[in-house]
Write a protein that binds this ligand. Structure first.
Ligand code: GAL
Length: 669
């Protein structure tokens, strides 16, 4: 195991695809990289076809020259294993490695990622290429990190072919040992689904109606594990050759098919790709949430922002260009939330191919552009922030996040199709973001004792052990907010009997006898002091059995019934919310709950001003990001690192700007 960083300060760079350009461009590339202060580039992500021209015939000439050129220029290399897209010769020679959809359609080569993760031939060839690259470049002085594959599962998260079906059966055998145990875990007494032999079990391919839910859930688990097995095979081959170099693979934030919490422990350093979604009303909140999630997968260790964009992407229906200043604002937001490397897709915008209208660090229009000037300026900013590297983000609040619960809660044939896991997580995350509160994400089984407040959105599936861990947090004095549709099923998606919310009934002091979901767009009101708060999506018939009723429904199918409850356990409190609260309701209630829990924000909350604190080696760094159109003023004392100015008491942050203060006095409120 080897850790990041290998590049001093905050690393800066991006994906570099020199093979798309004539060699004459390469020297100019390195000169421009130096001008911008680029310190690390990722090479080779999609280079398999040009590295292995035919099975076992390698052409390393061009990559050798690139390595040397970069090294002479003082630029470090994060070398990709190039295995994300097998070349056409490979697919032709081994057609059984092509992926198959749920409906049995084969996906052909000609774009990228056309491989089945379970195909032995693919794994063998990918591992061989990774090993060959490690042997060839392992000792090159430019090499600082390994980048295995690329965005596992991005286009083909699951393959339904016969090879995958056989691998699924092996995975199930390891989990259940015999068919009877599988029958009972999957509840196959239902709809004549009983299996008598392993060979009868298939993936949840297109079926006449809903496939067995536990089969679907296990398929999610299996598919994430199969991709992980691909990663591990390459990682192990590389590690044997270069045991001292850190190994990563790039995540995609809250990406449903792959359980990143489960993956992070197998990586030396985690890295993430983040792109703004144009249609998102608050894309900077989406960014913050992705950054916090990825940091949390590795328990707060510094991470690598492997990709984001200098301006527009090419894959949304309408691709927004970034406003002046946005490139720095986005980049430094990631640094505020723990990134110790800021990289882009990609160095030079491509001339050809499906991504030719995707922005790059060097745009089609060249150096006399807003993008290039901002890239160069960012390089200076990151240099000025070098001492921040290694420090850690401070958070008082944890939001529980669990891929198993996500997979299970969004299965079909449920009480309401409107219970969307990420939307509910985002509701609470955004309300906390609006209060200026920094959040970690945590798994339900993690040690939660350091957090003043823990939020549990729709933890529909929970194991007994995890439920006990959450209860232990409250009994130890912790404050909890748990939403509807939590604690409902066990690890096999079997309902916990005796009243909802099964696993949390005792902790919350409630018993729910029936769900009353709402029609799309319907709203219910809840009495709270003199206000009427609004909820949607869900209500439920709840009996308080030990809990205090904090608020009741005023209207809707359950007028007069409890809507929000709380139960004290010594100093701890377990709160329960039975509906999807709207923004105003969450703002009001979270203000109250944060106050009661003593949750601190780095600065007094101000609309559109994001503040995050990183601490390390006795130093404390306050990042302030102004997302508004007006200058902001916040309290801070210390030195502002981007300008080198001393801040006496009040820090001015220009409209759309960023400031980073090495604090001499903690102005924490
Ligand atoms: C990522 C991918 C890159 C590039 C980028 C475009 O998903 O890893 O190779 O395609 O998107 O935004």
């Amino acid at each position: 195991m080897s850790s990041w960083p290998r590049v001093p300060g905050i690393a800066f760079g991006g994906d570099y695809n020199p093979e798309q350009w004539p060699e004459a461009t390469w020297e100019e590339d390195v000169a421009m990289m130096r001008e911008a202060g680029v310190s690390m580039v990722t090479v080779g992500v999609f280079s398999w076809a040009l590295l292995e021209r035919r099975e076992g015939e390698f052409d390393f000439g061009w990559l050798d020259r690139i390595f040397d050129l970069l090294h002479e220029g003082g630029i470090a290399v994060d070398l990709a294993t190039a295995t994300a897209s097998p070349p056409p010769w490979f697919s032709r020679a081994h057609p059984e490695t092509l992926p198959t959809t749920k409906d049995g359609a084969r996906l052909w080569p000609g774009s990228r990622q056309a491989y089945c993760p379970s195909a032995p031939r693919y794994r063998e060839a990918a591992t061989n290429l990774a090993r060959t690259l490690a042997v060839r470049y392992g000792k090159h002085p430019a090499l600082v990190m390994w980048h295995v594959n690329n965005e596992y599962g991005c286009h083909v998260p699951q393959c339904f072919c016969d090879v995958s079906a056989a691998a699924f059966r092996d995975w199930l055998k390891a989990r259940y040992h015999d068919v009877d145990t599988l029958n009972s875990a999957w509840g196959t007494a239902f709809w004549s689904q009983h299996y008598t032999a392993w060979d009868e079990v298939v993936p949840p391919r297109s079926t006449p109606t809903w496939a067995n839910p536990t089969q679907q859930l296990d398929w999610h688990r299996f598919s994430s594990d199969e991709l992980l097995a691909c990663f591990k095979a390459e990682r192990d081959a590389i590690r044997e050759v270069t045991p001292d170099l850190p190994i990563t693979t790039n995540f995609m934030g809250a990406f449903k098919p792959v359980d990143y919490f489960g993956w992070a422990e197998h990586e030396d350093v985690v890295s993430n790709d983040h792109y703004l979604i144009g249609a998102d009303p608050a894309p900077h909140v989406h960014l913050a949430m992705a950054a916090d999630l990825v940091r949390s997968t590795k328990h707060g260790a510094p991470w690598v922002l492997m990709e984001h964009s200098t301006s527009a992407v090419n894959w949304q229906p309408r691709n927004l260009a970034k406003q002046p200043g946005q490139l720095a604002r986005n980049s430094l937001q990631h640094v505020a939330r723990g990134a110790d490397a800021v990289c882009f897709f990609q160095w030079r915008a491509s001339r050809a191919g499906a991504e030719k209208f995707h922005s790059g660090m060097v745009p089609h229009a060249g150096a006399d552009t807003k993008v290039w000037r901002e890239v160069v300026e960012l390089g200076k900013h990151l240099k000025a922030l070098g001492e921040v590297a290694g420090s850690r983000v401070q958070a008082d609040v944890a939001v529980l996040f669990d891929w198993n619960a996500w997979w299970a809660v969004e299965l079909d044939s449920h009480p309401s199709a409107d219970v969307r896991y990420l939307a509910l997580v985002r509701d609470y995350y955004e309300a906390l973001w609006n209060r200026g509160v920094t959040v970690d994400f945590a798994r339900p089984g993690d040690d939660l004792s350091a957090y003043r407040l823990v939020v549990v959105p729709a933890l529909y599936l929970v194991t007994d052990g995890d439920a006990a861990n959450i209860a232990g947090y409250v009994r130890g004095g912790g404050q909890l907010v748990c939403t509807f549709f939590s604690g409902i099923v066990d690890q096999d998606d079997a309902v916990r009997l005796g009243g909802y919310p099964g696993a949390f009934r005792e902790l919350l002091g409630v018993r729910v006898e029936e769900f009353f979901p709402l029609l799309e767009g319907d709203v219910v009101h809840i009495s709270d002091d003199d206000d009427a708060l609004r909820g949607s999506v869900w209500t439920e018939a709840l009996h308080a059995e030990g809990a205090d009723v904090e608020a009741r429904y005023v209207d809707g199918p359950l007028a007069g019934w409890p809507a929000i409850t709380s139960r004290r356990h010594g100093d701890g409190i377990a709160r329960y919310v039975t509906t999807r609260l709207d923004e105003a309701a969450l703002e009001k209630l979270l203000a109250r709950w944060c106050e009661e829990a003593g949750v601190r924000a780095p600065i007094i909350a101000t609309a559109g001003i994001e503040a995050v604190r990183r601490r390390g080696d006795g130093a404390s760094y306050l990042f302030v990001i102004n997302h508004t159109q007006q200058e902001a003023q916040v309290q801070a004392v210390g030195e502002e690192l981007l300008s080198g100015r001393t801040v006496g008491d009040s820090l001015r942050v220009p409209a759309g700007g960023v400031a980073v203060v090495r604090e001499t006095k903690n102005t924490e409120k």
